[in-house]
Design a protein around this ligand. Sequence first.
Ligand code: SF4
Length: 234
Amino acid sequence: MRGLDAAEDAELLPLKVNCVTMRGTNDDEFVDFARLSLSRRLTVRFIEYMPLGDAVLMHGPGHRADGRGRNGQASHLSSALNPLPAIHASEIGPAGGCGAQDRGDVLVPEAEVRARIENELGPLVPVDRASEAGVGPASVYRLAQGDPKGRIGFISAMSAPFCATCNRLRLTADGVLRSCLFEGGEVPIRELMRSFKDPAQRRRAVAHAMTECVRLKPDAHGAHGNQQMSRIGG
Ligand code: SF4
C-alpha cells in the first residue's frame, strides 16, 4: 500500500494493479481489490489465470501439438533450423512453477469475479475503452456507487479469447521467436541471425522469420499452454 501511495503522490499515472484470479490462492480477496478503486486513482485489473507448463511433457519441447499454426501451415524455418533444447526436469510441473497448472479448479472466470464484486459493492457500469490509457485487451468498468476515483478492468483470455486481435510476438532469452504466449508455434532465429554477416540481409531474414511466426499464431488458444512462463518471459 505504501508503494501505491508513493506512486500516486509522484503522479505515476495511469496506475494499474494486476490481479491474476486463482481459486484457492486469492479468491477471498477480489472484493478487497475492487474496493481499492473507490479511494484510489488506479485501475484494478482482474486477469484470468492461464495454465502454462506441463503440456510440454505431452507435446515435446517448444512446438505446438500438431507442429502447425494458423491456416494449418507448418513453419519451414522451424523445421530447417536446429531443434529447441530439451526442457530440464526442474522446469516442469510444480518444481518449475507455482504448481497451480496441475490443479483443475484454479481458473476463476470473469463472470464469477464480477458476481462477487457486484454482490458486495453494487453494479459495475462500462467505461469507454478509449478513455483508458494502455487499455490493451481489457474491458473497463467502474463501480456505480460510492463515487469511485478508479476503475476495474477484466482481461479474460480463457472465457473470452481475444486471439483474433492479438498483435504480439515474443522473443525468448535463448533466441526463439514465439507466436503466442500460451501455445504458440516458434521460429528459432539465433542461428539465423548469426549466419548473416551483412546487416541488410540479416534484417530481411529476421523480417521473413517474423512473417513466418505470425502465420503460426493460433486462431484461438487451447486449454493448456506448452511452455513454462520462465522460459517465455511476460
Ligand atoms: S494468440 Fe496467444 S498471446 Fe495472443 S491472445 Fe491468444 S493466447 Fe494470448
